[in-house]
Design a protein around this ligand. Structure first.
Ligand code: GDP
Ligand code: MG
Length: 204
C-alpha cells in the first residue's frame, strides 16, 4: 500500500531540558548541517509551506521541533550543525542536546541530510559516527537534487553515501521539484508500519 501524508501539525519545541511530548507510534528525526534543507524537506513532504520555518540565514534553529503526521508518528526537525559563525557556547549546547536526544531511546529512525553537491564534512562524519554509536536506523538523503542534472542525481547521491562509509545508497531529494518524494514516502511507510506487507513481496 502506498504511504501518504494526510495531516501535519506542529506539536512543540524542546530545548536542553528535553521536555518531550508523549511518544507516538514512531519518531523520525531529521539531522544535517545548517542550511542543508531540513525544514524545506519537512515542508515539501507535508505539502505545508510554512510548517517548519525555513530560513536563508543558517544557524537559527536551536530547538527540537516536533510535528505530528497523520496523527500517528512524529517527524522531528533537529537543530543543524556546522554553522561557522555559531559561538562556541552554542556548539557545546548543540552537542549536549543531541547527545541527550539520541540516547533517549525514542528515536526510531534518522534521516541524515547531505547536500548532493558537496562532499561530507568532518562534522557530517562525526554525526554519522554518533548515529552508528547509538545504533539508530537511518536513511541518507542527498538534498537539493535539482541543482544537478537529472542524469547525475542517483549516482551522486549514492557516491555521497559511499564517501561517508555507509552502504552506497542515498535518496536523491529535491524540495523544489519533489524529486525523490515517492522513495522517501515509501521509506517512511516502512518505518511507521514495519509489519505491513511490502508490495511485491506477498506473504507465503
Ligand atoms: N534548490 C533548492 N534549494 C533548497 C532545497 N531545499 C532547501 N533549499 C534552500 O536552502 C536554504 C536552506 O533551507 P532550510 O530548509 O532552511 O535548511 P535547514 O537549515 O537545514 O532547515 C533555503 O534557502 C532553501 O530554500 C532544494 O531541494 N532545492
Ligand atoms: Mg531549519
Amino acid at each position: 500500500m502506498e504511504f501518504s501524508i494526510k495531516t501535519a501539525e506542529f506539536v512543540t519545541s524542546a530545548g536542553l531540558t528535553l521536555e518531550l511530548p508523549q511518544p507516538a507510534g514512531a519518531e523520525i528525526a531529521v539531522v544535517g548541517k545548517s542550511n542543508v534543507g531540513k525544514s524545506s524537506l519537512i515542508n515539501s513532504l507535508t505539502g505545508r509551506n510554512k510548517l517548519a520555518k525555513t530560513s536563508a540565514t543558517p544557524g537559527k534553529t536551536r530547538l527540537i521541533n516536533y510535528f505530528l503526521l497523520n496523527g500517528e508518528f512524529y517527524l522531528v526537525d533537529l537543530p543543524g550543525y556546522g554553522y561557522a559563525k555559531a559561538p562556541k557556547d552554542d556548539q557545546k549546547k548543540w552537542g549536549e542536546l543531541m547527545e541527550r536526544y539520541l540516547s533517549s531511546g525514542r528515536v526510531s529512525h534518522l534521516f541524515m541530510l547531505i547536500d548532493i553537491r558537496h562532499d561530507p564534512t568532518e562534522l557530517d562524519r562525526q554525526m554519522f559516527g554518533y548515529m552508528l554509536y547509538y545504533g539508530i536506523p537511518y536513511t541518507l538523503i542527498a538534498t537539493k537534487a535539482d541543482k544537478l542534472a537529472k542524469s547525475k542525481r542517483k549516482q551522486a547521491a549514492n557516491a555521497l553515501a559511499k564517501k561517508l562509509g555507509a552502504p552506497p545508497y542515498a535518496i536523491a531529494y529535491s524540495s523544489e521539484t519533489g524529486d525523490g518524494r515517492a522513495e522517501l514516502l515509501e521509506r517512511i511507510g516502512a518505518v511507521v508500519h514495519p509489519d505491513a506487507e511490502i508490495s511485491g513481496t506477498a506473504a507465503e
